[in-house]
Write a protein that binds this ligand. Structure first.
Ligand SMILES: Cc1cc2nc3c(=O)[nH]c(=O)nc-3n(C[C@H](O)[C@H](O)[C@H](O)COP(=O)(O)OP(=O)(O)OC[C@H]3O[C@@H](n4cnc5c(N)ncnc54)[C@H](O)[C@@H]3O)c2cc1C
Length: 441
């Protein structure tokens, strides 16, 4: 299983191959698509196995023990590899990691992967790419025909700066694994996104007090609505965007009431204009008084936190659930066409000029799932093959990708946040991928 870092097993004939960086859902989806299209490749993963951040043993994994899928299994799985029948609606990260291992085994992807192998540098070498890797045997540079970057978007912490000094433990959620660190502590979670809410709910059972500081309002979606996973409601029924936004917000109110009642600010944006929080327990615990909502932080003073409404509280632990930043440390920004907060890639995948440099998984959307990530990979692989075979459809696409991106927002006015800079509307986006894939066939 796999090419572990044995010097005899180092890559060979790389100049005729592509390389995939990462073995998360996007990386293994990419590997499968390359294989299906007869494109030879190697793949490097710094962790011990496939699974990406779902493999809690991977050094860059930001998973925690209590984590489960927040999108339901049928809306998330790879379509040609359904999860086993007895998988719960919202499987745990352990089950997800096993699923990815089974996927890699089934599609014979392990033969291509080198684990414990970190990509340090990717640099242009003529019309190819020099890829420098480090493993236990040392540092090596190989020249590859093309590069597929799939190193994830939720590993590099976004750490805000605060005035004053906090003398308790200040930790980012990327380091959070288990609730025992909260035993008997006074805990402040900063941010009420999906991770922040999960961690707050974990802390309730251990901590002396749990507060959550928020800057803006959120839409909270319970995991079940009318007895079904909430993302399966509506089925194939598709409403125009403004109706969907109003209707879903209305239905949500029947289930969650008004979060302002619990101290959350009123969202200053409409539903789906930021990533919703999928959590059935957070409002329940706030309603029971187990968790209290605090305003934005003004400054620290020893173990005291001053909030912007003038209140002051003492804490032992502050957990920053303040999100993640796009991070491609092994390649110069100029090669990724960075514009402002993110690389500007056609359909978030294709470099406008380079025909052998791609990003997979640089995407956020409500409910895109692994299949959405695979659809990115399929289009990429068909494009590579199409160019190789001299197909006119690939040549047409080559010109197209040099131009501006089509609208991928579906008309939603996303919040101007760094993490929303690569956010897309799932249906619009998948529609665009399907259309291009069809023309490339
Ligand atoms: C707690 C949590 C819950 C989530 N729940 C859901 C959900 O329910 N549904 C959903 O669709 N998404 C969810 N996500 C989003 C998550 O990002 C995706 O599920 C998915 O993991 C993205 O896959 P990826 O392959 O792009 O990235 P990752 O899973 O992050 O994988 C990237 C891989 O690249 C490797 N890598 C990075 N840099 C290098 C390097 N230099 N050299 C070699 N290897 C490298 C990493 O070790 C990692 O294995 C959740 C995220 C978190 C943190």
């Amino acid at each position: 299983m796999g090419n572990f870092n044995n010097i005899k097993e180092l890559p060979t004939n790389t100049e005729d191959k592509y390389v995939v960086i990462g073995a998360g859902p996007a990386g293994i989806g990419g590997a499968k698509a390359l294989k299906e299209n007869g494109i030879d490749f190697d793949a490097f993963e710094m962790g011990i196995d496939v699974g990406g951040l779902w493999n809690i043993k991977n050094p860059r994994s930001t998973m925690y023990e209590s984590a489960h899928l927040i999108s339901s299994k049928t809306m998330t799985e790879f379509k040609d590899f359904p999860m086993p029948e007895d998988t719960p609606d919202y499987p745990s990260h352990w089950q997800m990691c096993q699923y990815f291992k089974d996927y890699a085994k089934h599609f014979k992807l392990y033969d291509h992967y080198f684990f414990h192998t970190k990509v340090d540098n990717v640099e242009k070498n003529g019309d190819k790419w020099d890829v420098t890797i480090t493993n236990e045997n040392g540092t090596f540079t190989y020249t590859y025909k093309g590069v597929v970057i799939a190193n994830g978007t939720l590993a590099e912490p976004n750490i805000p700066t605060f005035k004053g000094e906090f003398t308790g433990d200040l930790v980012h959620a990327c380091k959070y694994k288990k609730a025992d660190i909260f035993e008997g502590k006074r805990v402040l979670i900063v941010g009420a996104g999906n991770s922040g809410c999960d961690i707050a709910v974990d802390a309730v059972h251990r901590a002396d007090k749990v507060h959550v500081s928020v800057r803006r309002g959120y839409y909270f979606i319970p995991k079940y609505v009318f007895g079904k996973p909430s993302d399966t409601i509506g089925g194939k029924l598709k409403f125009p965007r403004p109706i969907k936004q109003r209707l879903d917000a209305k239905i949500l109110k029947w289930f969650t009431g008004d979060p302002e009642r619990f101290g959350f600010p009123k969202p200053n944006y409409k539903m789906y204009e930021s990533h919703p929080v999928i959590n059935s327990l957070i409002l329940h615990h706030i309603g029971q008084g187990d968790i209290k909502i605090q305003k934005d932080i003004s400054h620290f003073e020893g173990k005291k936190v001053h909030f912007k409404d003038g209140t002051v509280e003492e804490y032992d632990v502050i957990m920053l659930a303040t999100g993640y930043k796009l991070h491609y440390p092994f390649i110069d920004q100029k090669h990724l066409n960075w514009q402002g907060m993110a690389p500007e890639m056609y359909l978030n995948i294709f470099h406008p000029k380079h025909d052998n440099l791609f990003i997979l998984g640089m995407i956020e959307a409500t409910g895109l799932g692994w299949e959405g990530r695979y659809e990115q990979a399929r289009l990429m692989a068909k494009y590579i093959k199409g160019l190789k075979d001299g197909k006119s459809s690939a040549k047409r696409f080559q010109k197209k990708k040099q131009g501006a991106n089509p609208d991928m927002t579906g008309g939603y006015k996303y919040l101007k946040l760094e993490r929303m800079s690569f956010y897309v509307d799932k249906d619009t986006y998948r529609g665009l991928l399907a259309k291009e894939t069809k023309t490339m066939a």
